[in-house]
Ligand binder design. Structure first.
Ligand SMILES: [Fe+2]
Ligand SMILES: [Fe+2]
Length: 188
């Protein structure tokens, strides 16, 4: 069963109290919905997975190797099925799980999770403090600057784009387009 957005939000707030974690969930939700529309897939399903992907994040901050491993029990509380649990666990592939992204949805989540962070940070350092005038080329410039948003693992994003079979510039462009309408919602 796929939970409703209300159920997903309630669960997210039950386990995540930091507003920045909620903002990240919204950013990944909006990006997943955008890519679902682009690929003619189900935006509601993709959005729910985006909203819930880091459900156990706050409970595993001191034990990062457990990230994605507390999630299944939490997700079952709202009746999530195995495919949703698989999708959530696959975003930690090679980092904290061995669940390999195996479909379009999972490959997209794996790719855009960290990329949203890089794009938001690139928007925040602009004079406009906005994504409205952020272009792919300025994200690429920040991409090469290792000191900028150093927590963002560029290799994972690159690997993900290859798995998606989509040029990295296109993935960046679509993610900017996905996040522009939700700037306020994601705390920018
Ligand atoms: Fe995560
Ligand atoms: Fe995440």
């Amino acid at each position: 069963m796929i939970p409703t957005r209300e159920q997903a939000l309630e669960l997210l707030r039950k386990y995540n109290k930091e507003e920045s974690h909620i903002h990240h969930a919204y950013a990944v939700e909006a990006t997943m919905r955008h890519f679902a529309e682009l690929f003619h897939e189900d935006p509601d399903l993709w959005g729910i997975v985006g909203l819930l992907h880091d459900i156990d994040w706050e409970q595993t901050t001191t034990t990062p190797e457990r990230h994605c491993h507390l999630a299944p029990d939490m997700l079952r509380e709202i009746g999530a099925d195995d495919s949703l649990i698989h999708a959530v666990q696959s975003h930690g592939w090679g980092i904290c799980t061995d669940v390999e992204p195996s479909n379009n949805l999972e490959r997209t989540l794996f790719t855009i999770d960290e990329l949203t962070g890089l794009i938001i940070t690139a928007g925040l350092v602009r004079p406009s403090k906005s994504l409205a005038d952020l272009e792919v080329k300025s994200v690429k410039k920040k991409w090469k600057d290792k000191a900028f948003a150093r927590g963002v693992n560029r290799e994972i994003i690159k690997q993900g784009a290859e798995k998606m079979n989509m040029p990295l510039d296109d993935v960046i462009n679509e993610t900017i387009l996905a996040l522009r309408p939700v700037e306020k919602l994601i705390g920018m």
